[in-house]
Design a protein around this ligand. Structure first.
Ligand code: UDP
Ligand code: MG
Length: 333
């Protein structure tokens, strides 16, 4: 009769820290990312995993990731079936992370991995979300201005306390990760839902470096989409603008009507009306299309939620313990 220990498969060690990194066409910097990560994580003396989410890259990234995961058992990869976007990639990483704490960072080394030691110290003090606050951005003036304006606008129109100048770079406690996973919404504005779930949160200021190599992967269209997602999923203000506009225009048109009626009855001259008529019609048409567009933005997002399509589709996993292995193994906690 074999002993129980002989029948049981070996135990899977508990993971202390998971690092989640979305990667899209980043062949130029994967080597440096690997080097910086090893340099930051090895001295910490904890069991870590690095989850690189390949968001449908079509350059040398998949091949480089295959080589990396073959050489490093602690580096895992999730390959998407196509490009689903940065927020979907972060979501996938969080869904697959098994660490007690999870660090989310960008691949381009704008978020310094060396900060993790300080973040972990805060986490050990009891902070369940430690998010990075960008002290200085090394980006173009226009982009800095747009970000500055957007975060302040978001803050004024939402009822959730979304911290200023904080992106997705953050260390999350596993309880926060579980809460994020449980949220069913498909429109995932991660920095928003991260604030929404609550828990003890604190910011850590850091200097945001310039991108290490390659071009930015967030196109203007993707950035605008992200900004709209943030505004629309966390605020009803755009809808209310229609109400206020309607009110203002109704009152104004009433006053104008009274004025012209008075003018016609007392002074008795007809006002030549072609230009004012045209301007009014065009103005009203513009406002109506605009408010319809705003309603459309909300409806398209409702439609996305109703369809219940998954946020991402995984083509392949590398270095993850298979579900069968996970079920058979006893995870040591
Ligand atoms: N990224 C992604 N999918 C995309 C676009 C970007 O996974 O469709 C990743 C990219 O590889 C990087 C991170 O998201 O790790 C941030 O992108 P980027 O640095 O281009 O944008 P930034 O936020 O610096 O403007
Ligand atoms: Mg970047």
């Amino acid at each position: 009769m074999p002993t129980r220990d002989l029948i049981l498969p070996p135990r899977l060690p508990r993971i202390d820290l998971s690092v989640v990194i979305p990667v899209f066409n980043e062949e130029a910097l994967l080597h440096e990312l690997h080097r910086r990560l090893k340099g930051a994580l090895e001295p910490l003396d904890l069991r870590y995993e690095v989850i690189l989410v390949n968001d449908g890259s079509h350059d040398g990234t998949p091949a480089l990731l295959n080589a990396l995961t073959a050489a490093e058992p602690a580096f895992r990869a999730i390959h998407f079936s196509r490009n689903f976007g940065h927020q979907a990639a972060v979501t996938a990483g969080l869904d697959h992370a098994s660490g007690q704490a999870v660090l989310v960072m960008d691949a381009d080394l704008q978020d310094p991995p060396e900060l993790v030691a300080e973040m972990l110290a805060l986490w050990r003090e009891g902070w369940q979300v430690v998010y990075g606050v960008r002290r200085k951005r090394k980006e173009s003036l226009l982009k800095r201005l747009a970000y500055w304006g957007f975060y302040r606008l978001l803050r004024t129109v939402t009822n959730v306390e979304i911290p200023l100048d904080a992106g997705d770079f953050a260390l999350l406690d596993q309880r926060v990760v579980a809460a994020l996973r449980a949220l069913p919404e498909r429109n995932r504005f991660v920095r928003g839902i991260r604030s929404w779930v609550g828990f003890r949160q604190t910011g850590l200021e850091y200097e945001r470096d310039a991108r290490y190599a390659g071009d930015v992967k967030y196109t203007l269209a993707k950035l605008v989409r992200l900004a709209l997602d943030g505004l629309i999923s966390f605020s009803y203000a755009p809808l209310r603008v229609a109400v206020y506009l309607g009110l203002i225009i109704s009152v104004a048109s009433f006053l104008i009507a009274v004025f012209f009626l008075f003018y016609k009855l007392v002074v008795g001259i007809d006002v030549a009306g072609w230009t004012s008529l045209l301007i009014t019609v065009l103005f009203m048409g513009g406002i109506q299309l605009l408010t319809l567009g705003v309603i459309g933005e909300y409806i398209s997002r409702i439609y996305d939620e109703v369809k219940q399509r998954p946020v991402y589709v995984v083509a392949e996993l590398a270095n993850f313990p298979s579900p069968a292995a996970l079920a058979a193994h006893e995870v040591v906690t």
